[in-house]
Design a protein around this ligand. Structure first.
Ligand SMILES: [Cu+2]
Length: 237
């Protein structure tokens, strides 16, 4: 299987690239600016007398230098465009045939998650359990108004619209144990800020063992993970 980059790794590589290009450009412009200030400064008192007040003095720069700047800017802008398209296209399509599919339905005000186990639907509300080190595909829709489903840590979000199924993917971390918050990113009513769901990452082997054991086993497994997580929150100071 081809190694799948995580969505946040892709985001960070683009962010780093844009920041680096911005800093290089800003640095170059500042250096040229400082050089020109020095190069065309007014020297001594005799020079000053020759200058007419109110007149603008322009010295045409050498042809080669402006062409160089154009090429330099062109290279930076082009590489940003190419990298952005490349990575956006990668992000838009689920990169693995073996992605684990979870259906997500937004409603006023919460998130419903549905698993398909042997043709049977297992539903949870407000929490979703996912296997570690796996590509997860979320098929996202809404029951009422427009919502947006997303995870800040994975740098992804997607519209949840009634009557339409949108697809979004993430790659879960290699190690289990982490819990991530899914939020609604589109103001959808008075309870918008309450639209939070916990995504609990569990061990891949344990997860698929329960999944393959059938709907009843899987339902028990999911419910146990969620109730253990909620109990651990209540015990916390
Ligand atoms: Cu919402």
């Amino acid at each position: 299987m081809v190694e799948v980059l995580s969505t946040d790794a892709i985001w960070w590589s683009l962010f780093t690239m844009f920041t680096a290009a911005g800093l290089i450009l800003a640095g170059t412009v500042t250096l040229i600016f400082l050089y020109l200030i020095y190069r065309y400064r007014v020297k001594g008192s005799e020079d000053k007398d020759e200058l007419e007040p109110g007149r603008i003095y322009v010295e045409t720069p050498a042809k080669g230098s402006s062409r160089l700047l154009l090429v330099f800017t062109g290279i930076i802008v082009l590489s940003l465009i190419v990298a952005t398209f490349d990575e956006t296209i990668y992000l838009e399509r689920t990169p693995s045939e073996e992605a684990f599919v979870i259906w997500v339905t937004g409603f006023q005000f919460g998130w419903q998650f549905d698993y398909n186990v042997d043709g049977e639907t297992i539903t949870t509300i407000g929490a979703v359990v996912v296997p570690s080190d796996t590509v997860i595909e979320f098929k996202v829709t809404s029951r009422d108004v427009f919502h947006t489903f997303g995870f800040a840590e994975f740098k992804v979000k997607i519209d949840a619209l009634p009557g339409i199924v949108n697809s979004m993917w993430i790659k879960t971390p290699e190690e289990p144990g982490e819990v991530y918050k899914a939020y609604c990113y589109e103001l959808c009513g008075i309870g918008h800020s309450l639209m939070v769901a916990d995504m609990i990452v569990v061990d891949k082997n344990e997860f698929f063992q329960a999944y393959e054991a059938g709907p009843q086993e899987f339902r028990n497994f999911i419910n146990q993970v969620i109730s253990e997580y909620r109990a651990s929150l209540q015990g916390a100071p």
